[in-house]
Every structure is written in structure tokens, then in C-alpha cells.
Design a protein around this ligand. Sequence first.
Ligand code: FMN
Length: 689
Amino acid sequence: MRDPRYDILFEPMKIGPVTAKNRFYQVPHCNGGGYRDPSAAAEMRRMKSEGGWGVIFTEQTEMHHTSEITPFIELRLWDDADIPALAKMAKAMHEYGALAGVQLAYSGINGPNLYTKEVPRGPSALPIRTFTNDPVQARAMDKQDIRDLRRWHRNAFKRARQAGFDLVCLYGAHGFGIIQHFLSTATNQRSDEYGGSLENRSRLMRELIEEGRDAIGDTCGLTLRLSLDEMIGELGFANSELRDMIEMHAELPDLWDLAHGAWEDCSGPSRFKEEAAQESLVSGIKTLTSKPVVGVGRFTSPDVMVRMIRSGTLDFIGCARPSIADPFLPRKVEQGRIEDIRECIGCNICITGDMTMSISRCTQNPTFMEEWRKGWHPERMQAKGDSDSVLIVGAGPAGLEAARALGLRGYQVAIAEAGTALGGRVARECLLPGLSAWGRVRDYRQYQLSQMPNVDIYFESRLSADDILSFGFQNVAIATGSTWRRDGVARAHVVPMPIDAAMPVYTPDDLMDGKVPSGNVVLFDDDHYYMGGALAELMARQGRKVTLVTPSAYVSDWTRNTLEQGAIHRRLAELGIDIVLNRTITTIASGGVVTACVYTGARQEVAADAVVLVTSRDQDDAVWRELKARENEWTDNGIRSIKVIGDAEAPGPIAWATYAGHRFARELDEPDIGDALPFRREVTAVAAQ
Ligand code: FMN
């Protein structure tokens, strides 16, 4: 039963000519699948429809071939050939009563056109502004270009309508859309009627919306997504100017969709941004317009959502990442199952799918983007197979997710944990600066397991191979995790590096155990994800003088894919950490280290009292290897299967571990598919000629 204090979230809301059944609004988000995996993306959106969202949007959809953002894989609506894929998406969104929305993007100076080889167009002649700094410039649009752009928009609106969408959103946020490029004096340096005054800079926006309305008719709503503040200094489109602009065009779109700054500002990870972080930027805007306002802020708490509505800040609760972590969030609020919400941890691993052009993952929801590929439902598991019992050795993220999913299937599950708490690495890492929300990986599963009578948990149970063979479980998952290496082996050193025994050497495990080195510390980061930066921050906050050395050109290089690399560098610099890029450590001597430039080999000595090695991890798989060597004893002991999963198989990010745990649970007792591909995919049809 729904708690009446959440009733307000379930009020139907009008958006122009259409009505959303509630205020849960899935704002546009990409998924790495896009035009390459349209059925996978459609099925993912269908889950959100089943999960109760009132409005569901696509990701950004390139609306014309003269503006595309290769290598990133989004949707396309270049011509009629793209309509069927989008129609499939709209149909899936509609299935349980959501409004289906498509976000149209003309990327202007954000589109390098690497695939179509067209010359990019923008309000002014400027270099393309992308993550990849492509050596391409846009030409300034003349009047004919503007007329063309308006016609292309009308065509795209008609196609969107044909595909069955109820809402069309024009993308002018995150620095990505042509509307923003015209609005901002940083990118619009025109002297004609499309440049100069705010009225002139918003002329194109007005024309596109007015003409779009004619093109889509009176059964489809038209929304506008704008940046709350461009965050690029004086020339940028700042919050005050946005407010002036909304006042000037208050009734123009059917809804104002407001999202902060650049993408990294808007989708800031929990390490740097709290829930509702955009509140002050959006507050008061509702008084400028009678049209509804949607805003975002990694909303996972229904109480915060209610506060956003009751305070008159928002009409709709916009969610991207929380809807990925739990596509059933609205349904759970409606059913009074708040404790079952699988809260987003704000790690931004979902964004890496887009940034690496692969396919998205979610740490909390391992079924994300596997709904069609593997037939995985985010809430339901198939019933158990032939066998009955499973022993899971290790209660880290892989073990916990395996236990939860197997418990749902109906197996008798026992978890044996060597320590005294659940969570494994998650329990330790969530104590590092800024990472507390990551503890939700454990908290969600801990609660779910506590509700399952068929799952037992045993602490202080460090099992040997003999124990496992003698316990009588039919299936076993070895999820014993990993340990950070102490010998420097990773990428720069594939064999142990020379280390003088007189120099105190620490690993991330030591620091997480509370053993923090003293004096001047050199941290060598050859891991390149978050750990090196997080430990440097930890030590600096404890008063150590820290020098971070990395062979990469960036601190915490891989976090460029989670959109937090800039924030990490800024924080470390502000904490006074000495950042040494493009250098590796060749030798650890008694009073310091020797570094070498990765390009020239030029050497330098750095004095140090201690060294922290953030390099790679060893899988803790001794028990697994012993069991594997004794495979001939399995059957006699009633064992049908033993598998090693997660970090114990091969260390990776936490999302890899929850995925491995989930996959183990899905595949147990299923037929062996041999060499067949373990997922579905779409293969482009080959032209006859
Ligand atoms: N915003 C867009 O306007 N268009 C997009 O295509 C888009 N892609 C995104 C992809 C991912 C994986 C994520 C996490 C966000 C994306 N965003 C995009 C931004 C979100 O719409 C949203 O504004 C932002 O993530 C903040 O909302 P949240 O805190 O609920 O995640």
C-alpha cells in the first residue's frame, strides 16, 4: 500500500496536449547501444514502462546527417529508414501507459561529422568542441543554412510523430545542442538578427518550436531541454540569463526541462555531487512560467522528490541514473516498497558504456542493457532448475548479488563469509573519501537477503577445499575477491619492480585497513581508475605530503569515462597534492624513488618516506585452484558444479562483480549452450548490390 505522503508523486500532469499518469519522468539517457542495438535499447525502455514511469525518453537522437557525434553511438532519425527502430522504441515505452518521448539533437559545434564527412555548422565559425578535441571546425551558418535547419527540424518532427512519440524534446543543454550554441554569447558571435541581444539569440529557438508545433500537430507535446548554467564564465549562458530567457518566452514550449551546465556538471558522480545538487539553480524558475518544469539531481529518495514538488521547485521528478539502477522505482513507491528501491550509487559506470562505445552497465542493476540481449528482467528471475542448494563463498559484490538472485529463483543458499561483515571490497571502499553512497551495493542486497528465508549467512567462515567438498552443497560459487599487489606489477611493470626492503611500501588494502604511511609519501598509480586519486585524497586529508606519480597523461585516467576526471584533478590540486604525469617509477630505493619520463626515459629522483603502490590485484583464488585440481572428487561429494566468479576470477570494477554474480545465478542449471553466442545482437543487413 502506498504511503499517502507520496500521493502527490502520482498525480497526473499535463504536458501540452498529452497527460502523464504521474510525475516520474525518465529524462533522456544514452546507453551505448543506440542505433547499433535498437532492440536492446527498446527492451530496456519497456522495463521502465513496466516499472511505472509516467514519461520515458530516448537518448539524444541525431535528427539530421549534417550533425552527428561519431564515435558515440546514439539514436538516429536521419531519414525514413530510421523510423521503424524508433517506432519499436515508442511502442515499448507505451506498453504500460507511459508517454513516449524522443529527444532530437542537432549537435552544431559539438558534432564533428566523422562518419558523414559533412562540414559541421554552427552559429559562428569555431572549432568543434568535443571530448575528443577533433581537429575540425564548424562554418558559420548563413540565412540559407538557417532555413535548411528549420526545414530539417520540421521533417524530423513529422518523422517522430510517425514513429508514434507523444513528446518531442529539443536538446539545448550540456553544451551539446545548436539551440544552446545560438543562446550563448560564447558560441554565438553573430551580428545579424540571430546574434547580439538575448531576443536575437533566442530567435532560432522560437522559430524551431513554433514551426515544430505546426509539424507535430495537436496530439504531441513539445519540450525544451536547456542548461541551467553553462558554467564557462562571463561569455557563457548563465543562470541569470536563462531566467531572463524563460521569462521572455515563458509559454513557448509545453515543458521546461532544465539540466545543469556541461554533462559532467549535470551527471556529477556521488563523489562530488549530493542528491538534489541542482536545487538552487532551478529554484524559483517555476514562478516565471505556467508550463511545467522538470529537473534532475540523482533523485532516489521519494521524500526528497516530494519536497521538490511541495516546495514549488519542480513539477516532474527527472531521473536518468536512478531509473537505470532501478527501472521499477515508481512502482515500488506506489506499492509501499520503499526499502526495495535499488538506489543509484552515483558511480557513473553507466556513462562509460557511452564513452567507450561499448554497451552500458550498471553496478546496482546488472540486467541493464541485457533485457533483450539476454532476456534478463530487472525484477524477476526464472524458477530454479534441477538442483536445490548453492554455497557461495565470499560476501563481496559478486557473492551478494549471486545469493540475492539465486534466492529469488528459489534455491537454498548459504553464504560463507571469512570476515564479520557483508560487502567485501564495497564495505571497505565506501569508507574512502566521497564514496559512501557506494555502500548501497551492500545495503540493498543485505536487506533483500534478510527477507529471504531460503538464504543463510555464516560469518567467520574461511572455508578450505576440504570443507567445501564435505558440506554437501550441490553447487558452489567461489567469490573470494582479490588483493592489491605489493610488487608493482601492472602495466608499466609486467614483472616485479626493484624495491629496496628498507622502504616502507603500502598497498590500497593496507590503507583501507587503517595503516596510513607517515611523512612524505609517493603514490604510484598504474591502475588509472578511482583508487589512486581516492587514496591520495585520504592521505592528504590526514596531513601527509603526497606526490602522485602516474605514467598516464591524466590523473585517474579512466575516470574520463565516468566524467569525473576533471573534478578529481581539481580536488587533488586543491589539497596540495603534487601531480606528476607521464612518468613511471622505475626503482624504489631506500630514501625515495626513481622516476622516468614515459617518452624520453629521462630520470629523476624523488625523496620519500613511504611508497603506496596502486597497481593491480591478485585474484584470491587458492581455494578455487585446489578444488579445480580435485575435480575428480566433486561427483562423489554430491557436487554438480563449482565456479569462480567476480574479482576471484579476474579483478575488475564493482559493476563487473555484480554482473558476474548475477550471471552465475541466471545460468545455474541452464542447458549448456556450447559455442553459441551467449547474447542476442542485431546484425546490419547486407545490401543486395
Ligand atoms: N542528457 C540528455 O539530454 N541526452 C542524453 O542523451 C543523455 N545521455 C545520458 C547518458 C547517461 C548514461 C547518463 C547517466 C546521463 C545522460 N544524460 C543525457 C543526462 C541526464 O539526462 C541527466 O540530466 C543527468 O544524468 C542528471 O540526472 P540524474 O542525476 O537523474 O542522472
